[in-house]
Ligand binder design. Structure first.
Ligand code: GDP
Length: 642
């Protein structure tokens, strides 16, 4: 009984072997084209297989971690005893405990020591939010998502306005684009384009930094009556860095001073050769004011989009990106989201960053209620329990509990990250500060009505830091200025910057009591300028001196009780009784001090001007000789600028 299965197995193996051998003989026998083709194919397959195996082998040595892995977890990931890690750390001069979480640098160093590589994944990736892969046939064309960037006042808002056929410039404080949002545009022929309205490229880059690359095409607006300006260059660099196709919109050609060729030339010198100059970059001369050629620009956008073959699956739970979020007086937290794939419906359970909630209502850019939105469409949603950050990803989840769990976990991670990223001062840093002498710090809390503005303002403020004054944003958030903000400011000696928000009554009172500086702005530019001048005020003024008089000592007299008195000749300038003086002998300063007296003949005088003789003595100093030079100087303070 026992032998039978064994024998059967042997038989089967032998049969297999024989089949293989026979096949092999068959294929190697005739060296026909077909057989060679098959062999090459087989080789190619086995090579591919080898590559996969190699890749797996490689993957095994890559540790995918968040920044928050403890010593213990790291050890188990590398399957080595935890004591090995601890002792390695000791060799590196680090004393760690088993449960201590390691920072990125140490982790990379340790992994390297044990022959591993570390790959950092965001906390998001680790909690596998289920995302379905799409079948090719489920993918449907979607509208392109376009960002308009360019130098201030070159006409971004005007262009978006014209395209939307509404006028937002009128309602904007100071006329600078401040709130980022998104707008869907449907052309007459039914084709669609989604425009992102960002306050310059900072928001674009801030989002990209969070891994939210949502732009398909970048329009760079350059005013033909101006030129390629610093922000134009930055915008171009940001778009190139993101690998996003660029279309140049040369604006304001209705102006008599417009010179589009000058712009094209400037672009060419930057190696961006436009199409009508034989290059690969599309460009269009437009007037955002009169609407001239904007239809052609839209056509060019759609042409570029066609080449990108943009597709998404609309038939699945929605996922996408948060464009902005804000706290609305009547409606609570609102968020503008851009659906990347799937369809978002009312009642969906949304997880967005560390916030979650049932979608209560959705509105399009014109304030009309909508019930569902598909890929590449922006919508304003109500129902989240907080304000997610611009660039946060969102997913539609199956259950409340799941959404809540992940949201809480993320919030916790964010808090920890916040604590961990607070810079601890290093010895080097202390040395640097001592070397500078008057190092100062300015702590700022930024509150705003919209996440995009909070981010943009914080980024711009941080950039104001200089070697002498470091600007720290210790807290930033969407919402009213609250008591806890004021308490935080009091505890860390910070000022509060409110952008389009006001303090609550209790916060205002507390701020008055604690003498916290609360500054309110409605124009980003003004906020930045004011903080800059405040920082200039913090800079120690530079003390400069000016030589106001040069005197030569001609003779000296010893006078009892007074000391040595010098008879001088004022060669240049004017010396007064209060002028500070230096005594210079053979080009060397031998004494710095004050005058004891200043006389002409027998009388005390207040001042003596050039060309006259005078008598003087130096307070507490008698070692003067004929031929010494008395130099009178004055100190004055010069305000330093950044
Ligand atoms: P942004 O800062 O880039 O958003 O620039 P805006 O859209 O606010 O435009 C700045 C100024 O330029 C506004 O006063 C616009 O009216 C004006 N402007 C924009 N486009 C044109 C144009 O095509 N022709 C003319 N003449 N003026 C324009």
């Amino acid at each position: 009984m026992k032998k039978r299965p064994v024998r059967a197995e042997v038989n089967e193996e032998e049969v297999q072997k024989q089949i293989k051998e026979t096949l092999a003989r068959l294929t190697t026998k005739g060296k026909s084209k077909g057989s060679r083709y098959r062999r090459e194919k087989r080789e190619a397959i086995s090579q591919k297989h080898q590559e996969v195996v190699d890749q797996q082998e490689l993957d095994k040595n890559i540790l995918k971690v968040t920044e928050f892995v403890s010593v213990n977890e790291l050890a188990s990931m590398m399957s080595i005893p935890v004591t090995d890690i601890i002792s390695t750390c000791m060799n590196l001069g680090l004393f760690v405990s088993i449960n201590q979480r390691l920072d990125a640098e140490t982790m990379a160093l340790l992994a390297d020591e044990f022959g591993f590589k570390v790959e950092f994944v965001s906390a998001e990736l680790q909690e596998a939010v289920r995302e379905e892969d799409d079948e090719e046939e489920d993918l449907k064309p979607r509208p392109p998502i376009v960002t308009v960037m360019g130098h201030v006042d070159h006409g971004k808002t005007k262009l978006l306005d014209y395209i939307r056929n509404t006028n937002v410039i009128a309602g904007e404080a100071g006329g600078i684009t401040q709130h980022i949002g998104a707008y869907g545009v449907i052309l007459e022929d039914g084709r669609q384009i989604t425009f992102l309205d960002t306050p310059g490229h900072e928001a674009f880059t801030a989002m990209r930094a969070r891994g939210a690359q949502i732009t398909d095409i970048a329009i760079i607006v350059v005013a033909a009556d101006d030129g390629v300006m610093p922000q134009t260059k930055e915008a171009i660099n940001h778009a190139s860095a993101a690998g996003v196709p660029i279309i140049f919109a040369i604006n304001k050609i209705d102006k008599p001073t417009a010179n589009p060729d000058k712009i094209k030339e400037a672009l060419a010198t930057m190696n961006y050769l436009v199409e009508d100059w034989g290059g690969k970059y599309q460009s269009q001369e437009i007037s955002a004011k009169s609407g001239l050629n904007i239809d052609i620009l839209l056509d060019k956008i759609l042409l570029e989009a066609e080449m990108l073959e943009l597709k998404a699956n609309p038939d699945k739970p929605a996922l996408g990106t948060v464009i902005e979020s804000s706290l609305d007086k009547g409606r609570g937290f609102t968020a503008t989201v851009l659906v990347k794939a799937g369809t978002l419906k009312i009642g969906d359970i949304m997880l967005a960053g560390s916030c979650f909630g049932h979608i209560k209502a959705m509105y399009n850019e014109r304030g009309y209620k909508v019930d569902e939105v598909g890929p590449a469409t922006p919508t304003l949603i109500l129902g989240l329990n907080g304000a997610p950050q611009a660039g946060d990803k969102f997913n539609v989840m199956d259950s409340d509990r799941e959404a809540k769990d992940i949201a809480t976990k993320r919030a916790q991670l964010q808090r920890e990250q916040g604590l961990r990223t607070q810079k601890h001062i290093t010895l080097d840093e202390i040395g640097r500060r001592i070397a500078i002498g008057n190092f100062q710090e300015l702590n700022i809390i930024v509150k705003g009505d919209v996440d995009g503005s909070v981010e943009a303002l914080s980024d711009s403020l941080i950039k104001l830091s200089t070697p002498e004054i470091q600007l720290n944003i210790i807290h930033k958030a969407v919402g009213q200025i609250s008591e806890s903000d004021v308490l935080l400011a009091a505890a860390s000696n910070a000022i509060i910057v409110g952008f389009q928000v006001r303090p609550s009554l209790s916060a205002r009172k507390l701020a008055e009591k604690e003498e916290i500086d609360v500054r309110l702005y409605s124009i980003i530019y003004n906020a930045i300028e004011e903080i800059r001048s405040a920082m200039e005020g913090m800079l120690m003024p530079e003390v400069r001196e000016e030589i106001v008089a040069t005197l030569e000592i001609r003779e000296i007299f010893k006078v009892t009780k007074v000391g040595t008195v010098a008879g001088c000749y004022v060669k240049e300038g004017k010396i007064t009784r209060n002028t500070r003086v230096r005594i210079i002998r053979d080009g060397i300063v031998i004494y710095t001090g004050e005058l004891g007296s200043l006389k002409r003949f027998k009388d005390d005088v207040k001042e003596v001007v050039g060309g006259y003789e005078c008598g003087l003595n130096i307070h507490n100093f008698n070692d003067i000789k004929p031929g010494d030079i008395v130099e009178g100087y004055q100190e004055f303070e010069v305000k330093k600028t950044l």
